[in-house]
Design a protein around this ligand. Structure first.
Ligand code: AMP
Ligand code: ZN
Length: 438
């Protein structure tokens, strides 16, 4: 079997991957907070960990991998969004969970084996918080329950930040009821008109971090093989998950390997994020006519730990690559994956290398089986190319109209000539430009 190697954030190096139990390989990835449409940066972890799940299934067997990705469906941003619409939070979360699954599905992301919801795990969260209170790792103050960070001497080992940086970086509220400024919320009170659950500390709702610890314990066990998410989750979210779980489980570690993806940014700016306003959603990209698989290839074009610059050129290049691969693969039957492609994916998901090796394969069946490791060439080639010519022509006609508007007549004439060479004739009329085949 090809040895899988993964960069482990905890160890800060690439390590040979060996699951605790090869019959049941466990992976957990922090999933979406469902109150808005996912942007293409949010899709990066979904696609990256989908590739890792495919690799694990390929190596250990379909039925031997349990991949869980949670759905955060109780959160202050959800409560605010629901209030703004005048509906129950569940209306908002159901809608955006649906969008999320559809958007990720369009990118070829297989549904994880488990998709636990926070609102369905509250009893387990309360039980875990109670255990932390009993063992002196958490305390009640002013209707809140807080994790007491100084009670865990190993706190901060994942990101290896010093205490001052952590307090400054966490933007943790400095609240008078906190024993220590680094302490974080496990449970907070809910007024009667807000979503909430009864608990030993009164009616309230969970803080964000505790849901992942409780879900992992409930569905996967005390210690899992792989825990994943975006780089921004290392601190405070994963640091807090580690502390909660380890302290609730007599020191058993939460995960044996920690895998984090880097950020996607818009060309020329920082990380894509809603607060910076430089966001393009998966839904918008699909509505512009880009195929999900094109976006998937674009996301896999850079190594997952490297930054990825999103641009129209990247999308166009990915589309051209797929057109070429689909032409070679044709209607190929079943084949075996190329060992070089498998090796590249197994080496810490080196997708750029895997893609370049894919491009060198000339046997159709081998190409198709190898591409499947990355979740590519999933469509029937006739479907891939169907209607495709027309949308390209439409796009060129639209580009020519834009060029004319911008008084760039040279470009407009160039496009007309390019299409004429393919036998496409343009007719400018009062309603705009139409085209027909000569
Ligand atoms: P959020 O909805 O902000 O909690 O993000 C959901 C997931 O997307 C997390 O794993 C984040 O780390 C990840 N993420 C958010 N923004 C980006 C980005 N620009 N690039 C890559 N991953 C991101
Ligand atoms: Zn989490």
């Amino acid at each position: 079997m090809t040895q899988i190697r993964l960069h482990d954030t905890y160890a800060r190096e690439k390590r040979d991957f060996a699951p605790a139990d090869p019959e049941r390989v466990t992976m957990y990835v922090c999933g979406p907070t469902v109150y808005n449409r996912a942007h293409i940066g949010n899709a990066r972890p979904a696609v990256v960990f989908d590739v890792l799940a495919r690799l694990l299934r390929h190596s250990y067997g379909e039925g031997r991998v349990v991949y869980a990705r949670n759905v955060t469906d109780v959160d202050d941003k959800i409560i605010d969004a629901a209030r703004a619409e005048g509906v129950e939070p569940a209306v908002v979360t159901r809608r955006y969970e649906g969008f999320y699954l559809a958007d990720m599905g369009a990118l070829g992301v297989r549904a994880p084996d488990l998709a636990p919801k926070a609102t369905e795990t509250v009893a387990e969260m309360i039980a875990m918080i109670a255990r932390l209170v009993e063992t002196g790792h958490a305390y009640e103050a002013d209707g809140h329950v807080l994790f007491h960070v100084p009670s865990d001497p190993d706190y901060g080992a994942l990101g290896r930040r010093d205490r001052e940086t952590m307090i400054a970086g966490a933007r943790v509220e400095i609240a008078s009821y906190k024993k220590d400024p680094a302490d974080f919320v496990l449970w907070k009170p809910s007024p009667p008109d807000m979503i909430g659950w009864d608990s030993p500390w009164g009616r309230g709702r969970p803080g964000w971090h505790i849901e992942c610890s409780a879900m992992i314990e409930k569905h996967l066990g005390c210690t899992i093989d792989i825990h994943g998410g975006g780089l921004d989750l290392i601190f405070p979210h994963h640091e807090n998950e580690i502390a909660q779980s380890r302290c609730a489980h007599d020191g058993a570690p939460l995960a044996r390997y920690w895998v984090h993806n880097g950020f996607l940014s818009m060309a020329g700016s920082e990380k894509m994020s809603k607060s910076l306003g430089n966001v393009v959603t998966v839904g918008e990209l699909l509505a512009r006519g880009h195929k999900g698989e094109t976006l998937r290839l674009a996301l896999l074009s850079a190594h997952y730990r490297q930054p990825l610059e999103w641009s129209d050129a990247l999308i166009a290049q990915s589309k051209a690559t797929l057109d070429r691969l689909y032409r070679i693969a044709g209607e190929a039957g079943a084949g075996e994956a190329d060992p070089g492609v498998l090796e590249a994916v197994a080496d810490d998901l080196n997708t750029p290398l895997a893609l370049s090796r894919l491009s060198a394969i000339d046997d159709a069946a081998t190409l198709k089986a190898s591409a499947a490791l990355l979740g590519l060439l999933a469509e029937d080639p006739s479907r891939w190319f169907q209607g495709e010519g027309d949308s390209r022509i439409d796009a060129l006609v639209a580009a020519r109209t834009e060029a004319k508007k911008a008084r760039d007549f040279a470009e407009a004439d160039r496009i007309r000539a390019e299409l004429a060479e393919e036998g496409i004739l343009l007719e400018d009329g009062p309603q705009g430009t139409t085209w027909r085949r000569a």
